[in-house]
Design a protein around this ligand. Structure first.
Ligand code: G
Ligand code: G
Ligand code: NA
Ligand code: MN
Length: 251
């Protein structure tokens, strides 16, 4: 209750900011930056989205927050491009966003207003966004794709119907959930699952990102088995935009 009020004010007062975590290619070059929301509260300090996203969702304030995130990411992508960094930005949207009939219009409108080419962005949606996917959600995904926004299925493999979603929707890629990455390469079950996911995804023409990569042994296994992009603390933590540029300069 109190948090809800604070979050309303935080949106009005501009207390949110975006951190970015790189996804590197097989040559360890950053290709995509995932935008991760933070709340810099005057009283609470830097607050994790694990704390406030559920409250934003319960109160539907997430709809406003997502639009802010998307616009901010549009500006950041252009700014990086002007500085010579050709990084795309991956944006997380909530299940609730995909159930708004005007989502595609809204996002396409923001792209227009900011003058940002859609190919500088990617959208990540979790399997829970598709749980009650009806014709409207299908239509929204189709329109976003037609507008040139690549769609990635986040936390792949943790939902109830991961393969059904791949059958029904034209995704551009998937993010293998960190639970499958955590015990690579020592746990034979993880090895079999990740190899299987990669084989299937490659045959479907999907781009595969592995998240939660925390050490070089995991990274080496994933590269060897054809994973296109790696993300995790082994490469970089989520950080402010200015620090991403510094990291690239020293790489
Ligand atoms: O950034 P991590 O460090 O703490 O993120 C925690 C959780 O919050 C993750 O599940 C992540 O996907 C989610 N999250 C982070 N930023 C956003 C955002 O901008 N929008 C939505 N909907 N979820 C986000
Ligand atoms: O997939 P999701 O959007 O839920 O992922 C974002 C979350 O994952 C953020 O909380 C981020 O801080 C966290 N994260 C990023 N890299 C790693 C990692 O290598 N290990 C672990 N345990 N968490 C990570
Ligand atoms: Na994500
Ligand atoms: Mn994820």
């Amino acid at each position: 209750q109190r948090l809800e009020g604070e979050l309303r004010l935080a949106l009005e007062r501009g207390e949110f900011e975006l951190f970015y975590q790189p996804q590197v290619d097989t040559d360890n070059q950053a290709q995509v930056m995932e935008a991760l929301l933070r709340w810099r509260s005057p009283s609470r300090g830097l607050v994790s989205p694990a704390v406030f996203i559920p409250v934003l969702e319960d109160t539907r304030l997430i709809l406003e927050a997502s639009r802010w995130v998307f616009r901010q990411a549009c500006r950041q992508a252009l700014s990086w491009r002007r500085q010579g960094y050709n990084w795309r930005i991956a944006i997380n949207l909530s299940p609730l966003d995909f159930h708004q009939p005007d989502l595609a219009d809204t996002l396409i409108g923001i792209l227009d207003e900011e003058g940002t080419p859609a190919e500088l962005l990617e959208l990540e949606l979790t399997e829970s966004a598709l749980l009650e996917a009806d014709d409207m959600v299908q239509e929204t995904l189709r329109r976003l794709k037609d507008a040139g926004l690549p769609l990635f299925l986040d936390d792949f493999g943790t939902g109830y119907a991961s393969l059904t979603y791949l059958q029904q929707f034209r995704f551009d890629g998937i993010k293998i959930d960190r639970q499958f990455v955590a015990e690579l390469p020592d746990n034979p079950r993880s090895v079999a699952l990740v190899r299987g996911i990669l084989t299937m995804a490659v045959q479907l023409g999907l781009e595969v990102v592995a998240e939660g990569v925390e050490n070089e042994r995991q990274a080496a296994f994933l590269r060897l088995n054809g994973c296109h992009r790696l993300q995790g603390f082994h490469f970089a933590r989520p950080q402010r935009a200015a620090d991403c540029v510094r990291l690239a300069v020293h790489a």
